[in-house]
Write a protein that binds this ligand. Structure first.
Ligand SMILES: N[C@@H](CCC(=O)N[C@@H](CS)C(=O)NCC(=O)O)C(=O)O
Length: 236
């Protein structure tokens, strides 16, 4: 039976789609029109009470939060997540998934939707510039971690994991959104291990196929291009 992945173009569902592709798992994309507020409709909020995208439906079971969905799939297939009885390796995976989710992704949401978070009286440019610097700091920390491993390896070391697909998506969006005011690609790619990591991630068919499904006809992870769609379909 196919999983149903509730999605919007170039939204966090992209991470899950890349993982489903890498696992060769059957799925269908259920597109929500963000411009028309379909993610806030009662029927969808029964699946995801936050009204956020993505949600994965597996038969009777619905899971939300990108990191939780990724871990669920990895555990179900016994791939891309270390076995839970290897406590050390599993804790490393959780450590980076939490960091990606509750530090990097959480701050990226402030970058994407800065008007929702900006304190009254603060200049929009100053606020955005501070949050971009914070986000860049998180990527620097991840670059340091990647640099600790042998070249050709991944965030957890030798084994490719769900963390890598999450990091790839976050790096893509950080240099794209908000459009025209995101982190400069050159600055991001000045982090050498991150640049090398993204170059290698772009080679996975799971990555290129999934990004193409977002109506993206140009750059994938490094120097990313936005979907070729009206802005209302791809912004908050
Ligand atoms: N912590 C959530 C964040 C998901 C998220 O930010 N989704 C965005 C799309 S990328 C969204 O639904 N935005 C609509 C909104 O915030 O109103 C997760 O990881 O699932």
């Amino acid at each position: 039976m196919s999983y149903q992945l509730y999605s919007a173009p170039d939204s966090a569902n992209l991470v899950i789609q890349m993982i489903l592709e890498q696992l060769d798992a059957p799925y269908e994309l259920c597109w929500l029109n963000r411009g028309q507020g379909e993610h806030r409709r009662e029927s969808y909020m029964k699946l995801n009470p936050q009204g956020l995208i993505p949600t994965l439906v597996d038969g009777e079971h619905a899971v939300f939060e990108t990191a939780a969905i990724a871990l669920y799939l990895g555990q179900k297939y016994g791939r891309l997540v270390p076995a839970a009885d290897d406590a050390v390796a599993y804790s490393r995976c959780l450590q980076w998934m939490f960091y990606l989710s509750n530090t990097l992704h959480a701050d990226l949401r402030v970058q994407f939707y800065s008007d929702r978070y900006r304190p009254e009286g603060t200049s929009p440019e100053d606020f955005l510039s501070k949050i971009r610097a914070r986000v860049f700091g998180h990527f620097s920390l991840l670059n340091d971690e990647l640099q600790k491993h042998a070249s050709g390896s991944w965030l957890l070391g030798e084994e490719l994991s769900v963390c890598d697909f999450y990091l790839a998506g976050l790096a893509r969006w950080s240099a794209l959104y908000p459009q025209g005011q995101a982190i400069d690609s050159e600055q991001l790619l000045s982090l050498p291990a991150l640049n090398n990591f993204l170059t290698r991630m772009e080679q996975f068919p799971a990555v290129s196929r999934s990004i193409a499904d977002q109506s993206v006809f140009g750059g994938l992870l490094r120097y990313p291009d936005p979907p070729d769609l009206p802005p209302a379909m791809i912004t908050g």
